[in-house]
Write a protein that binds this ligand. Structure first.
Ligand SMILES: Cc1cc2nc3c(=O)[nH]c(=O)nc-3n(C[C@H](O)[C@H](O)[C@H](O)COP(=O)(O)O)c2cc1C
Length: 396
């Protein structure tokens, strides 16, 4: 079955939906699946831009062959080497052995390492052009969006930007492929979660890329995941700009780790006290139940972060440790912070929280609350103090 869709004359989307994979990069949950988008330009020369993840190879090759109707692929543009886009390279080479692989100096060592491929290479640089006949491709390097070799490809005649992972989204394309054909409200969290989980670590490179690409006239953004943007281009660019500047909203994420419920009680107290001060956007997460993906997404959105943990074997609870190390890896900036802890003997959670605060350089708004078991009246006051101080900061 040919699943290709013409998005402009002689330019096709040949993507596939993946509803089976539970975890993207074997880590990030995919409750609404994910789409892998590849594109084909048919001109005097035929160019494919990025491929797909290998599990759906047969469908992909079938669609490609049907679309090309006997013609061969001349160029494969490799914007990004991550296997969810490079997974069909070897299959393409088997079908089209004369194919030229187009990448930059950082692409080709990865190509050799992943697939043992080192011939038929055409190296491009920032500003290089490749003529296909009527159409021409321009290349721009966007390193660390999301790997060092990442580049984007621009088609000036049609004003299409093949943006790789940039402007991508989780979620399958359930019928529509353009932003005006899909339910963007339904996909909203999957768009922001894709940014915060996958691209979010690279705020600075994202800002550099936005400035570099800002001068291009763009009629469509064709990303490798999620819908093709054509009706909401300013909105998605504005979102990327805001997210990559770490701009946040008024609201507080309370994430806690608790075995027997005492630390959770402190989380609820803090939530209640925040509400008393007019904070409405309060998201309380149990780190043992909620995947870091969702907590990180909320932390990208809201300025206040309050973290609580029981002590565990002289340290912090394991699921809180996972969250802290993820946040440290991502280097998220620009938050207000406070802590609460719980113990039965010598404690242990606090030193790890202190280490986290030193690393993140977020502003601590109040001294931490430290209860032994069920919160007593002083602990309640300490929780109130944290909440009120956080609310005051957020309202200032
Ligand atoms: C396996 C295990 C390890 C623990 N390690 C510590 C510890 O290192 N220091 C401490 O003061 N309490 C320790 N505790 C006790 C809990 O931190 C304490 O009971 C706390 O009040 C539990 O909070 P919760 O009700 O939110 O789970 C440990 C408990 C368990 C089950």
């Amino acid at each position: 079955m040919n699943q290709a869709i013409e998005i402009k004359k002689n330019i096709f989307w040949i993507g596939v939906n993946d509803r089976r994979t539970h975890l993207f990069e074997n880590y990030w949950p995919l409750p609404k699946g994910v789409a892998y988008n590849s594109y084909v330009i048919i001109d005097e020369k035929v160019a494919v831009i990025d491929t797909i993840e290998r599990s759906r190879m047969d469908d992909y090759i079938e669609s490609l062959e049907a679309t090309l109707n006997g013609r061969k692929v001349d160029y494969l543009i490799i914007n990004h080497m991550e296997p969810d886009h490079s997974g069909a390279i070897k299959a393409l080479l088997c079908h089209y052995p004369d194919l030229t692989l187009v990448g930059n100096s950082k692409t080709f060592p990865m190509l050799e390492n992943f697939y043992g491929v080192h011939t038929n290479l055409l190296e491009v640089k920032e500003g290089s052009c490749l003529n296909l006949g009527e159409q021409q491709l321009n290349f721009y390097m966007v390193p660390m969006l999301h790997w060092p070799e990442t580049m984007v490809t621009y088609l000036p005649k049609e004003q299409l930007l093949f943006s790789g992972d940039v402007f991508g989204a989780f979620g399958t394309l359930d019928g529509g492929i353009f932003d005006d054909q899909v339910d963007l409200e339904y996909l909203e969290e999957e768009i922001s979660r894709y940014y915060s989980n996958i691209v979010g670590k690279y705020g600075m490179p994202a800002q550099t890329a936005l400035k570099k690409l800002g001068g291009l006239a763009i009629r469509m953004i064709c990303a490798t995941h999620g819908p093709i943007w054509r009706s909401h281009i300013p909105e998605i660019i504005a979102k990327y700009d805001k997210w990559s500047k770490y701009e946040t909203e008024e609201g507080v994420v309370i994430a806690f780790s608790s075995m027997y419920g005492h630390t959770e009680k402190m989380a609820d107290l803090i939530g209640r006290f925040l509400a008393e001060k007019g904070i409405k956007k309060i998201r309380i997460h149990d780190t043992s139940k909620t995947h870091p993906s969702y907590m990180i997404n909320d932390i990208f959105r809201y300025k206040g972060v309050i973290l609580g943990s029981c002590s565990y074997n002289g340290g912090i609870f394991p699921t809180m440790e996972t969250l802290l190390s993820e946040l440290e890896n991502m280097g998220i900036k620009n938050h207000y912070l406070a802590f609460f802890t719980n113990k039965t003997w010598a404690g242990g959670a606090l030193p790890r929280f202190t280490q986290f605060a030193d690393k993140m350089k977020w502003e601590i708004v109040a001294p931490h609350a430290d209860a032994s078991g069920s919160p007593k009246s002083q602990d309640v006051e300490d929780c109130r103090n944290i909440a009120y101080a956080m609310a005051e900061k957020l309202k200032a």
